[in-house]
Write a protein that binds this ligand. Sequence first.
Ligand SMILES: C[S@@+](CC[C@H](N)C(=O)[O-])C[C@H]1O[C@@H](n2cnc3c(N)ncnc32)[C@H](O)[C@@H]1O
Length: 198
Amino acid sequence: MRRGKRRRDHFWREAKRWGYRSRASFKLIQINERFGVIREGYKVLDLGASPGGWLQVAKEIVGDRGTVIGVDILPIDPIEGVFTLKMDMRRPELVDRIMELTGGEKLDTVLSDASPNLSGNWSLDHARSIDLARTALRVSENLLKRGGNFVVKVFQGDMYNEFFEEVSDRFRFTKAYTPRASRKESAEIYVVGKELQI
Ligand SMILES: C[S@@+](CC[C@H](N)C(=O)[O-])C[C@H]1O[C@@H](n2cnc3c(N)ncnc32)[C@H](O)[C@@H]1O
């Protein structure tokens, strides 16, 4: 598919129309319609959040009583009412930085749409994606309330089943889901964990 054509699909045009920064916004909308992982008043952390399409959607849902925090190695242009941190999500001090922002209160939902820089080597990209997904799972264990929710993107490959089991061991309900807004040719899948049990 030609580059211009690839970018300007239905969800790209919808993102423009609704003022979202990325077509990825519709993936979170569809995940939330299906699983109800974010509700009004929730405290939400989004890992790998730039340019901020998921942050916009999360802020709309949680409203003024909720809190939304975005983390990325890349800058994120300001979004009213959203906190952003420019840092690598793998850094050990991340958990303390988030707790400072929430005044020590734990979170309702941790999201991660983080993607490694794609090399084109399938197994290397899969391994890097699993590494980021495991980081997001560790962060969620440290920061979620008991009963909290988790959504993470993974590129499918031979380590996927093991990772899915790791999420299942921690949440009451775990499901893999591909939103309609994911591109047909993409290997991405979202693992949704509801109600942290530990
Ligand atoms: C697909 S984009 C996220 C799009 C976002 N959900 C949105 O709706 O705008 C993936 C992001 O993951 C970020 N990322 C990759 N590795 C990271 C890391 N180690 N720490 C923080 N962010 C990372 C990338 O910089 C990139 O911005």
